[in-house]
Design a protein around this ligand. Structure first.
Ligand code: ADP
Ligand code: 5GP
Length: 220
């Protein structure tokens, strides 16, 4: 068997952070680098921010539509995020279709969604938590993004500490200080995770063939 026949099993790469730490920015950078990654587009009941596009950044839907999707089993995971005022969830079908096509799937979801994914697909999920370098950098980033009202920014800062409480549930921690460095770290994580034995389908046959050849040539 040739090594080109070894196929990688798709990874579900989850990136979580307190809002404003930079995960959307990092997610976009990673997507531009790698054709084999698909970004899971979440559904949410929150209104779009200026510049956000329906079907690109999120599927912006009503609370009623969201509840219907939960009832129909269309959500892979879902949660009430931040102070619970809005629901966010991952539509199931596109994720399974991408994984079946051999793609990696990137999830920008919170700790509650991460726990649900982990419970459903432990072996396929790789969890990364992104931290800001300092608390004031987080606040500054939320202001510089200039997409939320002061009230919303304050609410995000208020819940940041509670979200960070979950950091130890993640496999990798990236402190997002220098953007380029953080991007390189994420790429390295993905690259290393792909080399894991369980993710290399066909490895059993590959190893068996090499052993057979060795035995044939050298053990007789
Ligand atoms: P999140 O998706 O975690 O809420 P964003 O990706 O929207 O955060 O980033 C929040 C703001 O911080 C954006 O204006 C973004 O350009 C900026 N930002 C992200 N990463 C960095 C970084 N390493 N250094 C400086 N600014 C950053
Ligand atoms: P934002 O309103 O800033 O876009 O997102 C707020 C939070 O919701 C972020 O922490 C983000 O990761 C989380 N989030 C976005 N989509 C989903 C989702 O589909 N499921 C869950 N559980 N959280 C999500």
């Amino acid at each position: 068997m040739d090594k080109s026949e070894i196929k990688n099993r798709g990874i579900m790469l989850v990136i979580s952070s307190p809002s404003g730490a930079g995960k959307s920015t990092l997610t976009k950078l990673l997507m531009h680098q790698d054709d084999n990654i698909m970004l899971s587009i979440s559904a949410t009941t929150r209104p779009p921010r200026p510049g956000e596009v329906d079907g690109v950044d999120y599927f912006f839907i009503s609370l009623e539509e969201f509840r219907k999707k939960i009832d129909n089993g269309e959500m892979l995971e879902w949660a009430a995020v931040l102070n619970g005022s809005n629901l966010y969830g991952t539509p199931k079908t596109p994720v399974y279709e991408a994984l079946e096509a051999g793609k990696d799937v990137l999830f920008d979801i919170d700790w509650q969604g991460t726990q649900q994914l982990h419970a459903k697909a432990k072996d396929d999920v790789v969890k990364v938590f992104v931290l800001p370098p300092t608390a004031s950098a987080l606040e500054q980033r939320l202001h510089s993004r200039a997409q939320d009202s002061i009230e919303v920014i304050n609410a995000r800062m208020k819940s940041a500490s509670r979200e960070i409480e979950h950091w130890a549930e993640y496999d990798y921690i990236v402190i997002n200080d220098d953007l380029k460095e953080s991007e390189a770290k994420l790429k390295a994580i993905l690259y290393a995770e792909k080399q894991k034995r369980i993710r290399q389908q066909g490895m059993v046959e590959f190893v068996r063939d090499i052993q057979g050849e060795l035995r044939l040539k050298f053990e007789n």
